[in-house]
Design a protein around this ligand. Structure first.
Ligand code: CMC
Length: 379
């Protein structure tokens, strides 16, 4: 067919209508269901924000209490899941462990009731509740330890940090982590969310929806970038090296991790909030010299990448917060998934509300009709 323009990466092509999240990439504005990210980060909690994203309105006090209680009651995972995780190689990447364990939840819960509101509520609760438990469990299992059980007296974020580090976190650390989760909870039709919607459009179960999105999030051009940012900061080593590092990377046509975004032509508003959180963390728990390197890279990048509209994205400062919280580097992307599951589930519900299976077209660029060639005549 002629006359159809190919847009690699579907750049600028609307693939759905959505009322969940809006991005103004010129002004650097991000809203969830109409509420500016800054207001949510200052006033809300991750679970309240997840409720807002998934059901469209801020919860009443009773709705929030019920949701928080339900999540608390579903934090534990079956011993079968834990035993399965014990068979995973300790050297495997935690995102692969998470993708497998998220998919395994589908084995436990029926997939035939996605039009039943109770099934939907329960699936949302289970996924939000169990994903952090599975991330923390794999961390302990790969160290040769038994996972520790969630603690009912701890709120969502504090409990995750406790299960991961085996220590009850400082309340400020838990609060900052909770804000990080809010910042990562949703971001319109990014690659993993698109993946979630495509999977949802087949009417498969929500565990498969989340598992496919986790697999997509894992790549270095998407969620995986936060891991690479810290490696880059360590490689640069000191603030003085920042300019030379950028020049060399750009000459070699290497991308600077944690910079650039399809939607934003200014500094990502999430990076602005995260940078403030980094500074709050350091004021309380001590400075990290890698922050000086990061600030120097941002400053030096202004003249080199700024004219192309390339500025720090959400991944640039998040790793510094996580490092201070004692989260190992290869868990940064699983932590991103803990947050983003809220957005994926919001899109799952929205997709089911007006479903049409995704089946885009393509522009064929292969051979025209060819005569069959017997094997002995092939060169
Ligand atoms: N460093 C240097 N140059 C860059 C960068 C970067 N980080 N990002 C884009 N560019 C340049 C790119 O080389 C290209 O230049 P030219 O036009 O001269 O060939 C131009 O900007 C357009 O780049 P693109 O790759 O076509 O842009 P895109 O919209 O397809 O990619 C992106 C967006 C996020 C994949 C890309 O900016 C990137 O690879 N960034 C580094 C990885 C990263 O930080 N990813 C996290 C994204 S935010 C969180 C998330 O999505 O999970």
């Amino acid at each position: 067919r002629t006359g159809i323009e190919l847009r690699p990466g579907l750049d600028g092509v609307p693939a759905t209508q959505s009322a969940i999240c809006d991005i103004d990439g010129e002004q650097g504005l991000l809203t969830y269901r109409g509420y500016p990210m800054q207001d949510l980060a200052a006033n809300s909690s991750f679970l309240e924000t997840a409720f807002l994203l998934i059901w469209g309105e801020l919860p009443s006090r009773d709705q929030l209490a019920e949701f928080e209680h339900a999540v608390q009651m579903h934090r534990r995972v079956s011993f079968r899941v834990r035993d399965m995780m014990k068979c995973f190689p300790a050297s495997g990447h935690p995102m692969d462990a998470l993708q497998s364990s998220a998919a395994s939840l589908g084995l436990f819960y029926s997939r035939r009731a996605i039009d039943d509101p109770q099934y939907v509520y329960d699936a949302v609760v289970r996924l939000i509740a169990k994903i952090p438990t599975m991330v923390a469990a794999f961390q302990l299992i790969r160290k040769g330890q038994d996972p520790i059980q969630p603690r009912d007296d701890l709120a969502y974020s504090a409990n995750f940090l406790y299960m991961l580090t085996e220590r009850e976190p400082d309340p400020l650390a838990a609060r900052i982590f909770d804000r990080c989760l809010m910042l990562h909870a949703e971001h319109s039709l990014n690659a993993s969310t698109f993946s979630a919607r495509v999977t949802a459009s087949t009417l498969t179960d929500p565990y498969a929806v989340v598992a496919s999105a986790v697999g997509t999030l894992a790549g270095p051009l998407h969620g995986g970038a936060n891991e690479d940012v810290l490696a880059m900061l360590e490689e640069v080593g000191t603030a003085e090296n920042a300019g030379a590092y950028l020049d060399e990377a750009m000459a070699a046509k290497r991308k600077i991790m944690g910079f650039g975004h399809r939607e934003y032509k200014v500094k990502d508003p999430r990076a602005v909030i995260l940078q403030a959180l980094v500074e709050e963390m350091f004021a309380r728990f001590g400075h990290d010299e890698l922050y000086d390197v990061a600030v120097a890279i941002e400053r030096e990048a202004e003249s080199r990448l700024g004219p192309k509209g390339i500025y720090p994205n959400v991944d640039f400062y998040s790793g510094l917060v996580y490092r201070k919280l004692g989260i190992p580097r290869d868990l940064f992307t699983p932590v991103f998934a803990i947050a983003r599951v809220a957005g994926w589930l919001a899109h799952w519900r929205e997709q089911l509300g007006a479903n049409r299976i995704f089946r885009p077209s393509q522009i064929y660029s292969g051979s025209q009709l060819r005569a069959w060639m017997p094997i002995d005549e092939r060169v």
